[in-house]
Design a protein around this ligand. Structure first.
Ligand code: PLP
Length: 441
């Protein structure tokens, strides 16, 4: 990959390489009708994932008693954060029209991050396929029987492996161990110590790498492939992970109705999702577009030091380019987003439905974290705080204003609802959280 060739006549990419905060607008974005001729949004597959999670609810309630109040359905609150909105406007001297909501996947049960959606779904689906294949369960059974010792012993013959910067490892590790599987998590150098310790305390084997996420995935995949009793959860390519994430949309729809938030042609919904390899924000976007079509605008946010999905989509090279190919170091305090090469699966699906990608400086992650803590008393991890780049930059950047104009949103912004998607935080130990709150870069 020749860096100079790629950025030669591209002022925009030069600016990305120079680590400037930016908003990349996706010029391939199409109307939903047009897009669905190119990407097959498989509604039946989302239905199937939703149904499967319902079938597993009785088991989840037994394995994870913290899900009792929601009867084994793992879902997070959606909350209006008006004080945060006012604070952001004052601190950054910007305008945020309409309402600002926080989707608190940071507080999802079991894994404390958005990975509770895709990761848990994938492990459950794999477990189901094993017991059905071995005639130990039929689809009509009550899945809570899978908590019995006989099944635990059965699952214990198998190993589940995954490569992770931290949160996916937690989600897969905790769920796999709870079902009885052996589990090995391959952790990149970005992974925080407390995440590794927590996983080990749940019985997972943690293998540490000196290198980045892509390498941890590669090694994990290789080791898993050598063992026929081992299953690899492939964050770069997994359709099951993606579908697990996509279910979020149906549930969000109910929550918006409960909050009396209208979404239609005159009332746009604008969503900002922190992005690493792309699976979580991609799956959620896929689901959301199927529900709200042209009335929703989905943006990803990446750190200026790891804009992997941005360079993949902007060059059209997707997983064939890494940030390192462009001389960007991939080093960021946003450990959940520290990914140098985007997913193979996701970028192409996003080509026609994603509105754009913001980038954000690491120092703002901590600033935004403090603002949310002070105004709303809510703590989320630094990676999650990337989401606020959206409301900060949409109406104050040249590109954002262009987007609003081109999409005829100018007179609709006062009716808009912005959702910052908080992707992690619940499991962060208090002492580490306090360190984050007092970090100034
Ligand atoms: C994993 C993660 C993301 C992004 O998900 P990807 O599937 O890697 O794009 C965002 N925020 C947090 C906190 C995460 O752990």
């Amino acid at each position: 990959m020749n860096k100079n060739e790629i950025i030669k006549n591209n002022e925009f990419l030069k600016s990305v390489v120079n680590l400037n905060e930016t908003l990349w607008l996706n010029t391939k974005l199409k109307t939903y009708n047009e897009a669905s001729k190119n990407v097959n949004i498989d509604i039946a597959a989302i239905d199937d994932a939703e149904l499967r999670l319902k079938k597993f609810a009785s088991l989840i309630e037994i394995l994870f008693p913290e899900t009792k109040p929601s009867h084994g359905i793992i879902e997070s609150p959606l909350k209006e954060i008006e004080k945060m909105k006012n604070k952001l406007q004052n601190s950054y001297n910007i305008q945020i029209s309409g309402k600002l909501l926080l989707k608190m996947d940071s507080h999802l049960a079991i894994a404390g991050s958005v990975k509770a959606r895709g990761g848990i779904y994938e492990v459950l689906k794999y477990a189901e396929s094993l017991v059905i294949k071995n005639n130990m369960l039929t689809e009509d059974d009550d899945y809570s029987i899978l908590a019995e010792q006989k099944y635990r012993d059965f699952f214990n013959q198998y190993t589940i492996q995954v490569g992770s910067t931290g949160n996916l490892g937690l989600s897969i590790g905790i769920t796999s161990a709870a079902l009885g599987f052996k589990v090995i998590v391959h952790m990149s150098s970005d992974a925080k110590q407390w995440k590794k310790s927590l996983l080990r305390s749940k019985g997972a084997t943690v293998v540490e790498y000196d290198s980045d996420f892509s390498k941890a995935v590669e090694e994990g995949r290789k080791l898993s492939d050598m063992d026929e009793m081992s299953y690899f959860v492939d964050d770069e390519n997994s359709r099951n992970l993606f579908l697990g994430y996509s279910v979020a949309a149906r549930r969000l729809k109910k929550q918006l109705i409960d909050l009396n938030v209208t979404v239609d042609k005159e009332h746009p919904l604008i969503v900002y999702l922190p992005c690493g390899v792309g699976g979580a924000p991609g799956g959620i976007t896929y689901g959301l577009k199927s529900v709200y079509k042209d009335n929703i605008h989905c943006f990803f946010v990446e750190p200026t030091h790891a804009p992997s999905m941005l360079i993949g989509m902007a060059t059209g090279l997707h997983n064939e380019i890494s940030v390192q190919d462009l001389g960007i170091d991939g080093k960021t305090h946003a450990d959940g987003l520290a990914v140098g090469r985007p997913s193979k699966l996701v970028g192409k699906i996003m080509d026609y439905i994603l509105s754009g990608i913001f980038t954000i400086d690491d120092n703002k992650l901590y600033n935004n974290m403090r603002l949310l803590h002070e105004t709303e008393g809510i703590d989320i991890e630094p990676s999650s705080c990337a989401a606020f780049a959206g409301p900060i930059l949409l109406e104050s950047s040249k590109e954002g204003i262009q987007y609003i104009k081109e999409n005829n949103l100018e007179d609709k912004m006062t009716n808009a609802t912005h959702i910052a998607w908080a992707t992690g935080g619940l499991l962060v130990p208090e002492e580490i959280n306090n360190q984050f709150l007092s970090t100034y870069l």
